[in-house]
Design a protein around this ligand. Structure first.
Ligand SMILES: [Fe+2]
Length: 378
């Protein structure tokens, strides 16, 4: 364990400044460097309201507290669960059977390793996917990844659902797409490179839910060690700690801690950003587990809100590139990636994934390949 503190990037600087101002450029540089070094950062955005996050977390707790038969009505396995609900024990962490990923774990110091996932049991987490995408003005080659949203069946939830999901989803989407623009500037690219590439992406507000009555035992894995398949993932504050991330360069497990108060979000790099940057930015590994801090939060919650369901909601949003976008490394970034790899080799460090290749393909193809690995698509 480590007390590494992730870099904090101030989105307010980006929103306030003229593009030529030094402060803006420095902040963008800091964002790009954080993604290269840690694959993650904390984002301060004063437009984000903690109250909206709370209202959203309450709605999710109420939704996932419903009986299983009720939840099943919102499942869409024929659409690879890319909208509606996914019940617990469906998604398997790909890493458990994926050799390069097992090698990454093996290279970590035993004290910094994730909890053991080699049993390859599916994750005991439920999830809801709510699309926050804009319909492309062209015929997409991947209509299945762009299907319309599912509304929950229960009348009481239906009433509250759309405005709350849209409000919180929009806050996260604004924050993450602005951060994507900051990262492009910081990487020396035209500022709208990522924003345009993701304009018609199947972005998803994707809360996950873990039943802490059933699974709230110390060292239970709620989501096994993995990376995300999309471009950037953004999280609001959860009511229960338990998310650990690994920084690319340090090999240390970092328990994610938000500053105690204030409007912060956590951003992590996903596979599409790794692919587009030719490995300059690596998708960040993470897991969600029950640790001592989780259990303390459970006790506090029981005391403060005994009537509420004990469910850990992760307030997650997946920002994607457009499905029809041609995914191939940007040459300038790929060159930098190779340079970094050469430097690491000269210093005698082992590069984690030296032979990773990034074949050109449509983003939709990349997503489908990944979904097969995690058992969500036949
Ligand atoms: Fe994840």
């Amino acid at each position: 364990m480590t007390d590494v503190v992730l870099p904090i990037i101030d989105l307010d600087v980006f929103l306030a400044q003229d593009p030529d101002k030094l402060a803006l450029l420095q902040e963008c540089q800091k964002a790009a460097d954080a993604l290269i070094t840690y694959g993650a950062l904390l984002l301060h955005d004063s437009r984000v309201s903690e109250e909206d996050n709370d209202v959203f977390l309450d709605l999710m707790e109420d939704y996932f507290a419903q009986p299983e038969a009720e939840l099943r009505k919102d499942e869409r396995p024929e659409l690879s669960y890319q909208i509606g609900v996914t019940l617990e024990n469906t998604e398997k962490p790909k890493c458990a059977v994926h050799e390069p990923c097992l090698n990454i774990i093996a290279r970590l110091d035993p004290s910094e390793r994730p909890l053991d996932i080699t049993q390859h049991s599916p994750d005991p987490k439920c999830r809801f996917f709510w699309k926050m995408s804009e319909k492309p003005p062209y015929e997409t080659q991947f209509p299945g990844l762009n299907a319309p949203n599912v509304l929950p069946q229960a009348a009481e939830l239906q009433e509250r659902w759309t405005p709350i999901m849209q409000k919180w989803g929009q806050s996260m989407k604004n924050a993450v797409s602005d951060l994507a623009e900051m990262a492009a500037i910081g990487l020396g690219l035209p500022r709208d490179t990522f924003r345009n590439a993701g304009r018609y992406g199947p972005h998803i507000l994707a809360p996950t839910a873990s039943d802490l009555v059933k699974y709230g035992k110390k060292d239970n894995i709620l989501a096994g060690f993995h990376t995300d398949l999309n471009f950037l993932t953004i999280h609001g504050r959860s009511r229960y700690p338990g998310l650990n991330i690994w920084a690319r360069n340090t090999g240390k497990r970092i328990p994610v801690k938000f500053p105690a108060t204030g409007r912060y979000l956590l951003v992590q790099a996903g596979k599409q950003l790794e692919h587009l940057s030719g490995g300059l930015i690596k998708a960040g590994y993470h897991e969600v587990v029950v640790n001592d801090a989780t259990l303390q939060a459970v006790e506090r919650r029981k005391a403060q809100a005994p009537e509420r369901p004990l469910i850990r909601i992760s307030s997650t949003f997946f920002w994607h590139l457009s499905s029809d976008y041609d995914l191939a490394p940007i040459p300038a970034l790929q060159e930098r990636a190779q340079q970094i790899r050469a430097d690491a080799a000269n210093l005698g460090k082992i590069d984690e994934d030296a032979d990773a290749t990034y074949e050109p393909m449509k983003v939709g193809q990349q997503v489908q390949n990944e979904l097969r690995h995690i058992a969500l698509m036949a």
